[in-house]
Design a protein around this ligand. Structure first.
Ligand code: F6R
Length: 613
């Protein structure tokens, strides 16, 4: 999941590349590099300085020669080869004229490298990507132009790629191609761009197009043309971009994470907007599956990764309770490889903030191949997931930049619960009045989240008092369980502390052995029906010396007797509680991470969009 940017025909090539790379850092930031290309000359700079790579590259480029109208840039998240300068992109061929950048994994790179070395090619990195530079070099030596050379090279490559290639012997041309890893083309008068994500070129290009799998694009200053791997011309799909650069800025906050946590009421409002007609019918604009088909759904399978998986787990409770449909929730990376059963009437729902997570896309493709109807829950309009699904429900949370997902989670839960209500409507499993009341309850969640956000400093105070703790267990029951999983994920990814989420009733089946003085147990105790059971579980951990933090509702006065610290939230319908209860846990994780001096927007080893398996 590296970031890619390229430009041809620009008067500000270096500025475009460096600005684009800064916006792409959330995709990976082990190293960064650029290549500037003009007739007869390829100039390259690369830096491997972790989260400071783009800043270091900027300094390195102060000595760059001027007058280049075209170039490519890359920010890397290491897969093959350590995060060192020699493995940073762009990679060059033996002559030094051809430069390539690549996102993805070339699965047969060892075999290809062996063949190329046998022909005399000298490799200077240990990456899988470098084989592409030498493959193109071979085809160029055979007399092919750059576009044909890239196409010929890709015929022997297995795996995933979004790549861009330049050659000083055919300057002012970039050839780009995609299989699985995302790629977009941007155009402006006299300048053409390529990027892995729209934000990289958002304020430079005026029109945007999605490259699809196995398509090869030739970009020149005057425009672009596209062929498939057979050489047949194809047209690109123009993208609708419904956000601007301002929405991608920090909006006056210290970091994107704070901004995005605070945007959660807006995200909820936007997700629910215009989704209920006057007559009470719940509607989705891009629901391209008929009511009859939805009514006849026999089983739902939700596939997702990470935080999106936790939102999917919440949806299981709502779909089963309200729509009376059996639901399985699968980790996307597991679904595809376990020979899943897809019977007639199976509806598969892929949940993904980015809509580009390769595990989720592949799981959806597998489900489709086996005959399932598929719905995408995506935050990004026209994402790969959205385009490939039979129907889409957009979460409309706005661009999420911080690597740790926050507002996308609450928006996903809202969208999925809305879908559960629609299915209940179609299947008549709930009385219309109950559906109306639940819809109104869902609309009120934004205000409860807002109230919870106002208590930020009380949560930060608890985090400050627990700053020395190293082990955390997050527990909950019913929908409090996925909330606990999400709270633990936030804490571990942001603060690098050990944190595990558990169903509260499961502690006594093993993990209780780990409880001792110094361990912190964070319990979600907002569901009255589950309260007594969780209190018993808390008694078990307290007896073994754990420090207890609870998330509890304002009206639960007695909870103070069992907890060392209480994080208060307004009471809500239990099925909606994850959207409210997660807020203090997000703030808790954020405050711990800040207290420990971590980079909250860019935690180590992670990337925002995971486009490798
Ligand atoms: C955690 C986080 C990740 C993502 C996961 C899926 O804070 O952000 O766990 O949730 O990588 O990403 P999407 O939703 O884009 O498919």
């Amino acid at each position: 999941m590296c970031g890619i940017i390229g430009v041809v025909g620009s008067n500000d090539t270096l500025g475009t590349l460096l600005q684009g790379l800064a916006r792409l850092e959330y995709r990976g930031y082990d190293s960064a590099g650029i290549a500037l290309v003009r007739p007869g000359q390829t100039w390259r700079a690369r830096c491997a300085s972790g989260t400071e790579s783009v800043a270091a590259l900027r300094v390195e480029c102060e000595d760059a020669p001027t007058g280049f109208r075209s170039g490519i840039g890359h920010t890397r998240w290491a897969t093959h080869g350590a995060p060192e300068a020699q493995n940073a992109h762009p990679h060059l061929d033996c002559s030094g004229a051809i430069a390539i950048i690549h996102n993805g994994i070339i699965e047969n790179h060892t075999e290809l490298r062996g063949q190329l070395e046998a022909k005399g090619h000298i490799f200077s990195s240990v990456t899988d990507s470098e084989v592409l530079a030498h493959l193109v070099e071979e085809s160029r030596a055979a007399g092919l132009d750059l576009m044909e050379a890239v196409r010929a090279s890709l015929l022997v490559v297995r795996g995933a790629f979004a790549l861009a290639v330049m050659d000083a012997n055919e300057a002012d041309v970039i050839v780009a191609a995609r299989r699985i890893s995302p790629l977009v083309v941007g155009t402006a008068p006299g300048v053409t761009y390529i990027a892995s994500d729209v934000p990289a070129i958002l304020d430079r290009a005026s029109a945007f197009y999605a490259v699809d799998d196995d398509e090869v694009v030739r970009l020149a200053p005057e425009g672009f043309r596209v062929i498939d791997l057979e050489g047949v011309p194809v047209r690109l799909h123009q993208l609708t971009i419904d956000w601007n650069l301002e929405t991608a800025e920090k909006g006056g906050y210290d970091d994107f994470m704070t901004k995005e946590i605070n945007e959660q009421p807006d995200a909820l409002r936007a997700t629910l907007l215009d989704r209920r007609r006057r007559d009470g019918t719940i509607t989705f604009d891009e629901m391209r599956i008929s009511d009859d088909e939805l009514r006849d759904v026999k089983r739902v399978v939700l596939v997702a990764a990470g935080t999106s998986h936790h939102a999917a787990l919440v949806a299981k409770y709502a779909l089963e309770r309200w729509a009376r449909i059996g639901v399985d929730v699968d980790i996307a990376s597991e679904y595809r490889y376990r020979d899943p059963i897809v019977e007639i009437g199976t509806l598969v729902i892929g949940v993904s903030q980015s809509g580009e997570t390769i595990d989720t896309i592949q799981a959806m493709r597998e489900a489709k191949r086996r005959g399932a109807r598929v719905i995408a829950i995506s935050n990004i309009v026209d994402s790969s997931l959205a385009r490939e699904a039979d129907a889409v429900i957009y979460t409309r949370a706005g661009l999420e930049v911080s690597v740790a997902s926050t507002k996308a989670f609450v928006a996903q839960v809202a969208a999925l619960e809305l879908l559960a209500l629609r299915l209940a409507q179609l299947r008549a499993t709930l009385p219309p009045d109950d559906i109306d009341a639940l819809f109104l309850g869902l609309k009120a969640v934004g205000a409860q989240v807002k109230t919870t956000l106002e208590r930020r400093s009380a949560v930060a105070q608890v985090a400050a008092e627990l700053i020395g703790a190293r082990d955390f267990f997050f527990i909950g029951r019913h929908v409090g369980y996925p909330t606990a999983l999400e709270g633990a994920l936030k804490l571990k990814e942001l603060s690098y502390l050990h944190a595990e989420g558990y169903p509260a009733g499961e502690l006594k089946h093993g993990p209780l052995a780990l409880i001792e003085p110094g361990v912190v147990v964070v319990a979600v105790v907002t569901d009255r029906a589950m309260r007594e059971k969780i209190l018993s579980n808390l008694a078990e951990v307290k007896a073994r010396g754990a420090t207890v933090v609870v998330v509890a509702t304002d009206d639960d006065e007695a909870i103070g007797a069992v907890a060392d610290y209480v994080l208060r939230v307004p009471a809500t319908e239990p099925m909606f509680s994850p959207m409210v209860d997660i807020v203090p846990l997000q703030i808790f994780a954020y405050s711990m991470a800040r207290g420990l001096g971590r980079n909250v927007d860019r935690p180590r080893n992670l990337a925002k969009t995971v486009t490798v398996e």
